[in-house]
Ligand binder design. Structure first.
Ligand SMILES: Nc1ncnc2c1ncn2[C@@H]1O[C@H](COP(=O)(O)OP(=O)(O)O)[C@@H](O)[C@H]1O
Ligand SMILES: [Mg+2]
Length: 227
């Protein structure tokens, strides 16, 4: 079986006027179906940049990203947005929930965007919120949720479309130890239930150590953690 995510010779150089900031250089990566991969690296080394390219949120300067064998950066904007909605889940470091909507509305949003009927979308959102332990918080807005609860809503939103892969940017970065552990347990459980692959960027070595594989982003490339 081929990889869920395949990055080939991926490079990113930010350009602002005459200033060039090279961040990723000929990076290669294969992630298998159902794999839990952790990527660690120092602040500013390019972890978020990498996730944004892998998640079709930003364009590479060179190279390719394949998800389920589709070269995502060759798709036009509309097709890419649709592909992202259907196949990729993204968990941001700071939840990025819509503050004026309830938990269930936030989670239903990706389904509404893909054209599901509102009633069905809300039913599905409720199911996933139950799965992440938030049955009692469906109609709360993010301002009435704790940090860990918001992050679980964000995970539910990433998961609701049953994507092939979830990309998570420091999902436990702002959480205390017990909440971080609960988030990890949730990732593991969902991974086992639905075979979703996860790429988790983290500086939390405890979390990283629990994944199937650990890589370090260093000088624009991914290396085994112990090199
Ligand atoms: N839009 C941008 N324009 C210019 N430089 C950027 C931009 N985004 C990030 N950078 C630079 O790229 C490097 C990697 O950033 P980032 O991927 O956010 O690192 P990390 O997530 O590992 O902390 C940093 O040096 C940052 O300053
Ligand atoms: Mg970052």
């Amino acid at each position: 079986m081929s990889s869920v995510l395949s990055c080939q010779q991926l490079s990113k150089v930010y350009r602002q006027g005459d200033v060039e900031t090279p961040v990723l250089a000929d990076l290669n990566l294969e992630v298998k179906k159902g794999e839990l991969l952790a990527i660690v690296g120092s602040s500013g080394c390019g972890k978020s940049t990498f996730l944004h390219l892998a998640g079709a949120l930003d364009l590479p300067s060179a190279g390719h990203v394949f998800i389920n064998d589709i070269d995502i950066h060759t798709l036009d904007d509309k097709k890419r947005a649709k592909f992202r909605n259907q196949h990729i889940g993204f968990i941001y470091q700071f939840h990025h929930l819509m503050m004026e909507f309830t938990a269930e509305e936030n989670v239903a949003m990706p389904l509404l965007i893909r054209g599901d009927a509102p009633k069905l979308a809300v039913l599905e959102a409720r199911k996933v919120l139950e799965q992440v332990g938030l049955a009692h918080r469906m109609s709360h807005k993010p301002s009435a949720l704790s940090g860990g609860e918001r992050q679980r809503v964000a995970i539910a939103r990433a998961l609701v479309t049953k994507p092939a892969i979830i990309l998570a940017d420091e999902p436990t970065g702002n959480l205390d130890f017990d909440t971080a552990e609960a988030i990890y347990q949730l990732i593991k459980q969902l991974n086992q239930q639905v075979q979703t692959s996860f790429v988790v960027v983290t500086h939390d070595l405890t979390l990283a150590g629990k994944m199937d594989r650990q890589l370090k982003l260093d000088h624009g490339k991914l290396l085994p953690l112990d090199e």
